[in-house]
Design a protein. Structure first.
Length: 119
């Protein structure tokens, strides 16, 4: 079984920072890229940031550009999300995901970690 494990969520005040971590566990697998999604109560899950291993290109949704940074770790299938200048609207459950093929859908998911930004 392949899975991802997130950590680093928590409660922070507006303007604060958090760093989310995601690492693979279980059977090893190869991926084409990884991403961070989030889902707020009553809203659809949305892609926040993504990184492609080939070329190292990164994607950010407009609302987090300049505040969030996605980066890869030294270990395979490890990714981080540095979140600065957090806003209440960033409050959500954050999920890490991996794409095992390119092009392809995100098909390996973590269990999610709660991020709450208080005003």
């Amino acid at each position: 079984q392949v899975q991802l494990v997130e950590s680093g969520g928590g409660l922070v005040q507006t303007g604060g920072s958090l760093r989310l971590s995601c690492a693979a566990s279980g059977r090893t697998f190869s991926s084409a890229g990884m991403g961070w999604f989030r889902q707020a109560p009553g809203k659809e899950r949305e892609l926040v940031a993504a990184i492609t291993w080939s070329g190292g290109s990164a994607y950010y949704r407009d609302s987090v550009k300049g505040r969030f940074t996605i980066s890869s770790g030294n270990a395979k299938n490890t990714v981080y999300l540095q979140m600065n200048a957090l806003k209440p609207e960033d409050t959500a459950v954050y999920y890490c995901a991996a794409r095992r093929s390119s092009p392809g859908q995100y098909d390996v998911w973590g269990q999610g970690t709660q991020v709450t930004v208080s005003s």
